[in-house]
Design a protein around this ligand. Structure first.
Ligand SMILES: [Mg+2]
Length: 300
């Protein structure tokens, strides 16, 4: 027990702050940049913003608007080429400074002007001759497509769900022999597991690749994925490393999950994604059908 008069402050030693000064202190705390700096929010498209039938995830358009009004930069980071991406920006009424396409091999930048227009500001490329030759040996019946650094695409056989704007059908031999930004291989007669095993056997060294939820293989230049492009965008925009939030559902999102978490940011997987993808994320939200993106953006 404290002896009387020992530990208690003497009368008159407690500092009284005038009300105006107290208000200023409260305001200063509220304005601390760590809690209010805008986030760089990168959303995958398929399985995250869009359902399989291309309809929007419930509430996503409103939630994106809400996040933008709160001052955050909302952008897309997708495996789609630009042709398949631009329409989604329109649907979401989004015109971000940058868009990451083709799993990080391509970055589009918005051009200043009266109307919303984008141009390629960064393109990765590689010589895919060897990888195409090896894949063809093992998958003679697969369908192949390459994207050239200028955005044109060349394909061997059409697929029903391929957007073929700015694309030309060519013999397989014409795919190789020039630098490309990406290679897409689709093998409708294989299951996902067959395809995973086969790709493992082929041993794709010196390239980066991701397998989609159908027998769909996406090949990018070595070391390139969504995260390498997002790191460039983050630097260009001057966003602090820990102010990043990424969301996705697929194996091609694991790189950006690792990147965001490594920076002290947030990486959120959709509930319906494969287990290995959910395990790589820091958090899991509801499925795309149940409005997982809207739930996260609304809570910011
Ligand atoms: Mg996806």
């Amino acid at each position: 027990m404290t002896a009387p008069g020992e530990a208690l402050p003497e009368t008159g030693t407690v500092e009284i702050v005038p009300p105006a000064e107290a208000a200023a202190i409260v305001e200063e705390v509220a304005d601390a940049p760590a809690s209010t700096a805008p986030l760089l929010i990168a959303l995958d498209i398929d399985g995250t913003v869009l359902l399989e039938d291309e309809s929007l995830s419930p509430g996503v358009a409103d939630a994106v608007r809400h996040a933008r009004q709160a001052g955050h930069e909302v952008m897309l980071a997708t495996g789609r080429s630009w042709e398949g991406t631009r329409g989604i920006l329109r649907v979401l009424e989004l015109a971000p400074d940058y868009v990451v396409c083709s799993n990080g091999a391509v970055i589009l930048g918005r051009v200043d002007g009266d109307e919303v227009r984008y141009e390629r500001v960064h393109t990765e490329q590689f010589d895919a001759t060897e990888v195409l030759t090896r894949l063809r040996e093992h998958l003679p019946d697969a369908r192949y497509m390459v994207e050239l650094p200028d955005g044109r695409r060349l394909y061997t056989e059409p697929l029903a769900d391929w957007n073929l704007l700015n694309a030309a059908r060519v013999p397989f031999e014409e795919l190789a022999g020039q630098p490309v930004s990406r290679v897409v291989v689709v093998s409708p007669e294989h299951t996902d597991d067959d395809f995973l095993r086969l790709v493992d056997e082929i041993g794709l060294a010196h390239v980066s690749y991701a397998i989609g939820w159908t027998a769909w293989l996406d090949i990018a230049p070595h070391g390139v994925d969504k995260s390498t492009a997002l790191e460039l965008v983050r630097e260009w925009l001057g966003v602090p490393p820990e102010r990043v939030l990424v969301m996705g559902d697929g194996r091609n999102d694991v790189g950006m999950f690792t990147w965001a978490l490594g920076h002290g940011g947030r990486a959120i997987a959709m509930a319906q994604g494969p287990e290995e993808v959910r395990a790589a994320a820091g958090e899991i939200t509801a499925s795309v059908e149940d409005g997982g993106v809207a739930a996260v953006l609304r809570a910011l």
